[in-house]
Design a protein around this ligand. Structure first.
Ligand code: PLP
Length: 399
């Protein structure tokens, strides 16, 4: 009776959720753990957005809506794509869902046939391979080198595409590396895809607003000829500090949006009406709050870089976007902890930081790149400073 479906063998719990669970367990034991494993900003959702959610409740906007979202939200999403990205989507080419995560899952579920391949650039967001596996597909990992700024090279893409290739997933700004593709770098990749019209392109732009310098481009904007096979994923989670509201959106060809709508209609239905109203306010309300947020994030990034520079055996370059430091710990593999334990892997190092220093980070293996850890630095400055002190002490104690 406790037998699970075979597909459950293909999926692991999200490693970031595992870290958070471990942190919660240690906190429950009274241990003063700092969690730098969570992928979210510590800022409050801006007041005008919260007010829109409250107003929706008080107005009685608490009933089912169209599965893809209210007409008003779909219009706000289309406006956003036109205004920020120069992409014209009709109301049939956009959809809102319960987080970008669920939209990505639905898109894969709607399109992948058994053993179809999905090209995923490493380091990658932890969920792509498991979602592909749940959709009966296969992930083909395309390694990206630190020396290339963790970006996919066009010749690597060209060599990887085969008859079974269904999707390429690009994520810029990248979680965990923070890499942002320039216009020309994207163009070089879209040029390759133009040669292969059986391949769909998913652009995961969820960190679009979290950039320290430089412009943002998305593939459907860079190469309009690919618009008919590109799904542009975005959401309010990261740019508006709204992770808990669970509201993502996507733009893409009508056939694909319709299929995602069908899946949504038989699973979650519409995203929360309260979140939809808040998302309208977010998308139409400007980003005046963002410069303060970015100043705080820049300070966090600088604090982590300074900490890493003081830790012998660790190294890291400055992220261009998102709020993670992807730290090379290869020189610490093989080191011995004060209690005599040997660190055999990045996972061992992450566990050591958690148990000995009470700092939660995610090991690079979870993102497809070993010998690294990911430090999420969007936490309060004092918390980050304390975490940095502990990381330095823990590294100094290694032999
Ligand atoms: N894509 C990437 C790269 C992410 O890092 C995340 C969240 O961590 C998501 C998508 C999902 O965001 P949402 O909260 O909209 O589901």
């Amino acid at each position: 009776s406790t037998k699970l479906a075979p597909r459950m063998r293909r999926v692991r719990p999200s490693p970031t959720a595992v870290i958070s669970d471990k942190v919660r367990a240690l906190l429950a034991q009274g241990k003063p753990v700092i969690n730098l494993g969570e992928g979210e900003l510590n800022f409050d959702t801006p007041a005008h957005i919260k007010r829109a959610g409250i107003a929706a409740i008080e107005r009685g906007d608490t009933k089912y809506t169209a599965v893809a979202g209210t007409a008003e939200l779909l219009a706000a999403i289309a406006e956003k794509f036109q205004r920020d990205n120069g992409i014209a989507y009709t109301s049939k080419e956009v959809i809102a869902g319960t987080g970008a995560k669920h939209l990505i899952f639905n898109a894969l579920l709607a399109t992948i046939d058994t053993d179809d391949e999905v090209l995923v650039c490493a380091p990658y967001w932890v969920s792509y391979p498991d979602m592909v596996a749940l959709a009966d597909g296969r992930t083909r990992v395309l390694p990206c080198a630190a020396a290339d700024g963790w970006k996919l090279r066009p010749e690597v893409l060209r060599a990887a595409i085969g008859p079974k290739t269904r999707w390429l997933i690009l994520n810029s700004p990248n979680n965990p590396s923070g890499a942002i593709y320039t216009h020309d770098e994207l163009k070089a990749l879209t040029d390759v895809l133009l040669e292969h019209d059986h391949v769909l392109l998913m652009a995961d732009d969820i960190y679009e607003q979290v950039r320290y310098d430089g412009a943002f481009f998305t593939p459907a904007q860079v190469e309009p000829r690919l618009k008919e096979r590109t799904l542009t994923i975005n959401g309010v989670s990261k740019g508006y500090s709204m992770t808990g509201w669970r509201l993502g959106y996507a733009g893409g060809p009508a056939w694909l949006i319709a299929a995602m709508n069908t899946l949504q209609s038989q699973s979650t239905s519409n995203p929360s009406t309260i979140s939809q109203a808040a998302a309208v306010a977010a998308l139409r309300g400007g980003t005046a709050f963002m410069s303060d947020w970015l100043a705080a994030l820049r300070a966090g990034r600088a604090a982590v870089l300074a900490c890493i520079a003081r830790c012998q055996g660790l190294s890291c370059s400055a992220s261009e976007g998102a709020f993670y430091a992807f730290v090379d710990c290869s020189r610490l593999i093989g080191a011995t902890t004060p209690d005599g334990t040997r660190l055999h892997s990045d996972l061992d190092f992450a566990n050591y930081l958690l148990e000995a220093a009470h700092v939660g980070v995610v090991h690079g293996g979870a993102f497809g790149v070993e010998d690294h850890i990911r430090i999420a630095y969007a936490v309060a400055p004092a918390t980050l400073a304390e975490a940095c002190r502990r990381i330095e002490a823990a590294c100094a104690a290694l032999r």
